[in-house]
Design a protein around this ligand. Structure first.
Ligand code: SF4
Length: 735
């Protein structure tokens, strides 16, 4: 028997395959953590098509966090000033269901909210949707993906008529030009970056453009680094479009046959002359022209982005403006080309598929769409009209709902909003007002557990078998390799038990996660994310598989009628015979819009929601470091990573430091309109003048007064409702 269990790294959306074996199998060579305790052995899975055995430091050290600070038993308290007391699961379930029933009887079902996580497996997501949106009839399920990639979701939907990145990792090694904007891929998606950087190094003709106000390790590898001013992304993108148009690098055949709304877009980009754009973005006209030439002259262009684009008050507009460049140059639907959103969390993609945001239903459906609701109601055997047509509260709206008394029960699972939400002091005050908060997590304590009335111990990665989908739409069966500790349970089992106790016995009569997944995939049939041909069994045999994967080879799914999106790059490569005189025949391309055409989005730049001014003269931007993951719930307990990143800091340009008389390592008080923090200065030319950077990983458990989100604000994109966590105005005071 193979001693290794195949699973997936539970940190980021790259989704690297892992193989795990128990400590006992290695005798004297047993891996040990920093305290000498034997740990499970983890190695990259060479057979996983997405990662081919590669892992970064987070994946390599994950086993060290398995047993540290675990929540073992349900706990309760009547008020937040009391100590928790251990209770049985039975007691915890009784209290939760009584609370829910009372709210339902009082016609206050819409005050029940769940805030979930991209750490969920697809089965967890699915059961939560069925419970809240189906059985209870409230759409108040949102996930921390709202803070992460909801702008990518709305951008894809508005431009293509459906969510789902039309690219895959093979494109990284087929492109002639990689255009990276708002992504520090080298640190935040390291294995994607390794592939791209190796290919770029080997192929001298391949260009890499990086757009980022910081000179990150990603920017260091680029042929061209555009250190634009924060908030000027749309200026830059429209400026590149202006030049592509002027120099006739556009693909009129593609635009004529496959797109709509180009005239409105052409009218907008007319106003983005190189002089205007260079001045707004703070870059040279030469650099802008170089970027446009790289794009225009390349046979294939792949754009990559993540939070620098998504976490913005104009996030959807930015995503669509990136997509516009692909549409005007025909850089989509062929190998090495396309707009590729890199997902933050390991299963945020699975969440999108299962309907895990407040405006979605399973199978890439929308709660506002009458037909979509009817399809799901029929499938779940609910009466017509049971699913509300009103999108539920988003993550931030749950916080404001606590302020106004509109949230009667808040169930938080596998996420740590007391560190990761914007405007943190306001968030914490709101959490203190919650009449009843359930906090379900694998770890204790976390910053958020301080705000809970009930703690539910969750099984985590490795202790439950389920599905995750990574950024390239690759679906992996993550097999459990150990039992949950003490009384911890898989998230989906907890939700299902609450459902049964609320009277929905038949709806939640699942014996295992394979049955849950089997039901879920039926709801994806003939949808863009069709996985009806997948099951735990199929994935066990076949290994990680990209969707669409219909049960029967059938309809064109996403873009290309012949290739389908599932193995886009590879199949397209084999399809060279369909290229005529070096040009692609576009007539078989259809998007998911009603007319089958992708839509140009015409946007003028609005800039930052909170631009710098006299009182708050610096733009603060936030981000991640290579070793840490989000709020350090796991990585803060891994010695190697702690040593790598011992403390938070603030990056400041030498010119700004000299003006303010700040020395390297000197402590600064950083003030925004919402909060005050303290960081030691890191004086570096890596950051542009006028901008400062702090990592977002440090909550109260790990450092005093170093919470980046104490400074950030909650202004959000009007379409995606994703807050602008990436930028706010601050003042710096040396101390
Ligand atoms: Fe895990 Fe992401 Fe690192 Fe891969 S790149 S090992 S998925 S953290």
């Amino acid at each position: 028997m193979n001693e290794f269990t195949k699973t997936l790294c539970p940190y980021c959306g790259v989704g690297c395959g892992l193989e795990v074996s128990p400590p006992a199998q290695h005798g004297k060579a047993t891996n040990r953590d920093s305290e000498g305790t034997p740990t499970w052995r983890v190695r990259g899975d060479k057979s996983h098509p997405s990662s081919q055995g590669m892992v970064c430091v987070k994946g390599a050290t994950i086993a060290e966090s398995l047993d540290k600070n675990r929540l073992h038993y349900p706990m309760m308290r009547d008020s937040l000033d009391q100590e928790f007391r251990r209770v049985s699961w039975n007691e915890a379930f009784d209290i939760i269901t009584q609370r829910m029933q009372t709210l339902r009887l009082n016609q206050e079902t819409d005050s029940i909210c769940m805030y979930g996580s991209g750490q969920f497996q697809t089965e967890d997501y699915y059961i939560a949707q069925k419970l809240l949106k189906g059985c209870l009839g409230t759409n108040n399920f949102d996930a921390n993906s709202r803070l992460c990639m909801s702008s990518a979701v709305s951008g894809y939907i508005q431009s293509f008529g459906a969510d789902g990145p039309p690219c895959c990792y093979d494109d990284l090694e087929l492109t002639d030009c990689a255009f990276l904007i708002g992504t520090n891929t080298a640190e935040c998606h390291p294995i994607v970056f390794n592939k791209l950087a190796k290919y770029h190094k080997k192929n001298r003709h391949v260009k890499m453009i990086v757009v980022d106000p910081r000179r990150t390790p990603t920017a260091e590898a680029a042929d061209l680094h555009l250190a634009i001013r924060p908030g000027t992304d749309i200026d830059l993108l429209n400026g590149i479009a202006h030049l592509l148009m002027k120099w006739n690098y556009i693909d009129t055949l593609f635009m004529d046959e496959c797109t709509s709304n180009f005239p409105a877009y052409a009218e907008v980009i007319r106003h983005y002359s190189p002089e205007v754009v260079a001045s707004r973005c703070g870059i040279s006209i030469e650099d802008l022209e170089t970027a446009a030439k790289y794009w225009g002259k390349s046979k294939s262009v792949l754009s990559l982005w993540s939070m620098g684009v998504n976490q913005s008050s104009e996030g959807t507009a930015k995503v669509r403006t990136i997509i516009n460049l692909h549409l005007m140059t025909g850089q989509i639907g062929k190998p090495g080309a396309g707009p590729f959103s890199l997902t933050g969390q390991p299963n945020a993609m699975g969440g999108r598929e299962a309907g895990g945001l407040a405006h979605l239903l399973p199978g890439y459906r929308l709660v506002k769409n009458d037909q979509h609701r009817a399809e799901v109601e029929d499938f779940w055997k609910l009466k017509r009209g049971q699913i509300s047509s009103v999108p539920g509260l988003t993550a931030w709206e749950m916080i404001t709902g606590l302020e106004t008394g509109n949230v009667g029960l808040l169930w938080i699972a596998a996420t740590n909003p007391a560190v990761s939400m914007p405007d943190l002091e306001r968030t914490k005050k709101a959490l203190l007002k919650s009449p009843f908060t359930i906090y379900q997590d694998a770890y204790y304590p976390t910053e958020t557990s301080a705000y809970a009335h009930v703690l539910l111990p969750a099984a985590q990665w490795g202790e439950k078998t389920g599905i995750m989908t990574n950024s390239e739409r690759r679906v992996t069966l993550c097999s459990a390799f150990r039992e949950p500790p003490r009384e911890a349970k898989p998230d989906w089992e907890i939700f299902a038990e609450v459902g049964r106790r609320l009277g929905f016995e038949k709806e939640f009569a699942f014996n295992n996660s394979a049955e849950v997944y089997a039901e879920f995939v039926q709801l994806t049939r003939q949808r863009p994310c069709d996985m009806s041909g997948l099951s735990h069994e199929v994935l066990q045999t076949k290994g990680p598989t990209q969707w669409p994967h219909p049960e029967k080879k059938a309809q064109p799914i996403f873009i290309d009628a012949e290739t389908g999106v599932g193995s886009f790059a590879l199949e397209a490569k084999e399809k060279t015979s369909s290229l005529k005189d070096g040009k692609r025949l576009y007539t078989d391309l259809r998007f998911h819009t009603p007319d089958g055409r992708a839509r140009f989005g015409a946007y003028y730049s609005k800039g930052l929601a909170e631009p710098p001014d006299e009182n708050y003269p610096f733009v603060l931007t936030t981000g991640r470091l290579y070793g840490h993951w989000h709020t350090q719930t796991r990585t803060g307990r891994i010695e190697k990573i702690r040593q790598m990143h011992p403390q938070p800091f603030i990056e400041i340009h030498p010119r700004d430091a000299a003006t303010l008389g700040i020395l390297d390592h000197q402590w600064l008080e950083v003030r925004s309109r919402r909060g005050i923090t303290k960081f030691p200065a890191k004086v570096t030319k890596a950051i542009s003048p006028g901008t400062v950077f702090v990592p977002m990983h440090w909550g109260k458990l790990w450092a005093d007064d170093a919470e980046a989100n104490a400074l950030t604000h909650s202004e959000a994109c009007p379409d995606s409702l994703q807050p602008e966590l990436k930028a706010c105005a601050v003042q710096l005071v040396p101390i």
